[in-house]
Design a protein around this ligand. Sequence first.
Ligand code: ARG
Length: 560
Amino acid sequence: MDYKSYIAQRLKIENVSEEDVQGMLEVPPTNDMGDYALPCFRLAKILRKSPVTIASELAASYPCDGIISEVAAVNGYLNFKVDRVGFAQSTVAEVLTAGEKYGSSDIGSGKTVCIDYSSINIAKPFHIGHLSTTVIGSALYKILQFSGYKVVGINHLGDYGTQFGKLIVAYKRWGDKEQIERGKLRELMRIYVKYHEEAEKHPELDDEARHYFKLIEDGDAEANELFRWFKDITLREVQKIYDRLNVKFDSYAGESFYNDKMQPIIDELKEKGLLKMSDGAAIVDLEEYGMPPCLILKKDGSSLYATRDMAAAVYRKKTYDFYKCLYVVAYQQDLHFKQFFKVLELMGKEWAKDLVHVSYGMVSMEDGAMSTRTGKVVFLEDVLDKCVEKARAVIEEKNVALENKDEIARQVGTGAVIFGALYNNKIKDIVFSFDKVLNFDGETCPYVQYTGARCNSVLKKGGDIGAYKVENLTEEEYALIALLGNFPSVVREAGEKYEPSFVTRYAVDLAKAYNKFYIANKIIGSEENVKNFRLALTKAVKITLENAFRLLGIEIPEKM
Ligand code: ARG
């Protein structure tokens, strides 16, 4: 039962849509005035009446029933009281019946969303800077799919550019096939760094690199074989990380995929009179829109990042006919997206309005920044390994009797890394700290996982859950029920605002509410009817925590 939508459906307010009403409904911090409240201040402008009048008029006309049992106007608020007993009975039953599907909906049915995320660069390290795009993109994938959308996950690989010429030069001079097969990305990076050191002293290396890059473009067999090999090594490596993070893609069409798809766009830009020459380069002037020009072709006629992105957008529209196309990319590229979205709009693509840059903040480690060129880089793989290792040490310290310690450490350590990137509002910069993400007592992943495991152990001890009839509710029970009932709207809002942190925070709130309940309410050993209800409630919490975490790509251990 989604109470907000239930109330919104019944509250008819002129000139305000049901959805807007639903968005205005709040859950008051304490339940003494009511379980839901509509602040009428925001309606005052639209209805040209005072909030107090609006509240009392709405209170008089709202049709109370067995679900919303009482409505009252208090100081410009309209307060709704839910029939708690009926609510509890129906909510728990609904969660238990829906199981893994609880929280899902079909609001997206018939619509396709493309999500461009992770989008790593070939032969460059998969580092901590890629964590957010990877896990935010993947969570949005799961959230939107759970809401009924058809989702296409795209890894827009950075597999085009002069760096591949440089890499061939480096390989030919300082590389060794076997050593690279063994050292993989790190070895490729080592020779790439070496290239840059040497090129400072011997700038002629850059000419050689350009030559090799041209050979790749011209279809030279040897150059392309090397390029494919670099690509293979990279993809094999990152696949391991994707598996660990529960991340999947439907397409790996990267920048080079668009080599032969840009000409029609350039032609169209010309035809529409949008292309201008500036210092030998072809640009689209965006001064009128307060932006620097969008570079389409370099002096030498080669294409640019934006040109490829435009070709990719056109291709995606044609291939998937998307309802929205999301780009999960850090805020440093805000301008890039604004620019090419605008150019597509100027070309008359009415769907340009459906392109969305899902911008997010930076992740850095406690000890500072990184750069590929100098080789000071924090590999995501190392962060995962270290976090699992540290989780293992904490588990060792806390509970020596546990079986499967390695498996639990994997779930806790990996989950903590993912959670670390999904807990805050996505636009915030994050400083990653192992101690913080692995703290069992904070608003953290292990805390939620521990609560899930606690539910499991209660359910195991409690045995079969017999029939029950809810008769009255403690405050803790009701708080828990209210949260459970909210999960479907949390999922919907997370999908609409592209904000997985809503789900993460929800999971923490639910875990906190369960632990409060657990401390204050006896479960096993209570009178049969009460025991059965509390066990059913525990099961509903376990299901909902698992569903929330599944959307984030985090597992909950059986025992902890
Ligand atoms: N590979 C790019 C980078 O590392 C990100 C690509 C994002 N996606 C896109 N369609 N531009 O900066």
